[in-house]
Ligand binder design. Structure first.
Ligand SMILES: [Zn+2]
Length: 409
């Protein structure tokens, strides 16, 4: 799983920070789900139905971004599906767009993203207003509800505030902060609605204004009628955040199995997964994707590569196998020894221009695109670490000796 994280960081190295960070949650009230429920069923009884519909919507969303280019030319993405134990599946998606530094402007942010309750009087604004009010408003901590999850983890002796920063300040214009994050426009438009929430001191009626709107894309909110948070200016922290769900693994639990027949109690230590994850896995839907693909690049000292052989292999065959053994690193040296066209590239850049074929070596790339990612090495790994450093500053090396040779001496 660490490997997936390294791959995603390789995409960040190649394309820079992600342009957009999107969180999409299934909506149990989707008509595709409600129409298929049997009498007396609710969506929570049918995780299979929720998973199928959500998977189709996720594929549509990805298609909108990649092929319809709703945010502009697409370069790549990293996404993962997260499952709550008793809740609905989520998609966390980082999008890399072909943009330059002019992309992150207040005008562009306002074109794609809003953090306000729609005010228009036309039919589309009316529909969008209903969707935003029911799906894109942060109401957990309305009325200072100290039991809200977003209030967790703070010092109980101090006044509790929302971890997600709601309610936000009114903001007359979108401003791009120095760190690249925007403060979204939240004008005091007097557009509001009331809700009743359970607070610490009982039910309270609260007025919701633009201060509690979660940033959204009007186009996506109208299209998917669900919670779909769209924000610009993702960071490396966001890459770590979405990978948290991949490498944490399933939750662990101790279960006691009681048998009526022989009254034997058995304790089982194991992992458990919720119904939405269970059906997602049974249907073999994708749970993670990185595009473009990442080519893993071997990192080893001279004659220290892994070679696989059978313990019944004859000594001569074994010798031949060792002589012929090839890794992406030794094949890179070999390619540069006979061909000059790759000598301008670093090892980690090589998969962008060439493709590695097992037992054959590197060949010029004719189609598709891939990003290289060397195995990581910490300073505690000594020679491995210094080898990796050399590979990041020497282009087109032809051998280990060439790699460590400066000015031909
Ligand atoms: Zn909150």
């Amino acid at each position: 799983m660490q490997k997936l994280y390294q791959d995603s960081i390789a995409i960040v190295r190649c394309y820079g920070k992600p342009s957009l960070f999107i969180t999409f949650t299934a909506n149990p009230k989707w008509e595709e789900i409600e129409h298929k429920l049997l009498p007396h069923q609710s969506a929570s009884d049918r995780p299979d139905l929720v998973a199928r519909v959500f998977n189709l919507k996720v594929q549509d969303l990805l298609n909108q971004i990649r092929h319809k280019e709703v945010f502009g030319p697409w370069l790549g993405w990293v996404w993962t599906i997260e499952y709550q134990k008793w809740g609905l599946p989520h998609l966390h998606l980082l999008v890399f767009l072909k943009t330059d530094h002019h992309f992150l402007t207040a005008v562009n942010v306002d074109r794609f993203i809003s953090a306000e309750i729609p005010t228009g009087s036309d039919a589309m604004s009316h529909e969008l207003r209903g969707i935003i009010q029911s799906t894109m408003v942060h109401t957990h901590c309305v009325g200072g509800n100290e039991k809200a999850l977003c209030m967790e983890g703070l010092n109980p002796l101090t006044t509790q505030t929302c971890r997600k920063g709601f309610p936000r300040q009114f903001q007359p214009e979108t401003i791009i902060m120095e760190d690249g994050y925007p403060l979204y426009r939240r004008r005091d438009t007097a557009q509001c609605f009331t809700i009743t929430v359970r607070a610490t001191e009982g039910n309270v009626t609260a007025i919701i204004e633009n201060q509690r709107v979660v940033p959204y894309s009007p186009y996506f909110s109208l299209r998917y009628k669900a919670h779909i948070n769209v924000e610009v200016g993702g960071s490396v922290k966001a890459v770590k955040y979405i990978h948290k769900y991949i490498y944490k693994g399933g939750d662990r639990a101790t279960a006691i199995v009681v048998s009526d027949h022989d009254e034997i109690k058995r304790h089982l230590n194991g992992r458990y997964i919720g119904p939405s994850e269970a059906v997602w896995r049974l249907f073999e839907f994708s749970t993670h994707q990185e595009l473009p693909s990442v080519t893993t690049l071997a990192l080893h000292l001279p004659d220290a590569q892994a070679v696989y052989f059978s313990d019944r292999e004859a000594p001569d065959d074994l010798r031949e196998r060792l002589d012929r053994s090839m890794t992406t690193l030794t094949a890179w040296f070999a390619y540069n020894s006979v061909t000059a066209d790759g000598r301008g590239y670093f090892y980690y850049e090589f998969p962008e221009h060439c493709v590695y074929v097992r037992k054959v070596g590197w060949k010029p790339r004719k189609q598709r695109f891939s990003i290289g990612c060397m195995w990581s090495a910490s300073p505690f790994m000594g020679e491995h670490y210094y080898l990796r450093l050399l590979l990041t500053i020497v282009r087109g090396a032809r051998s280990f000796e060439d790699l460590r040779t400066l000015y031909s001496s």
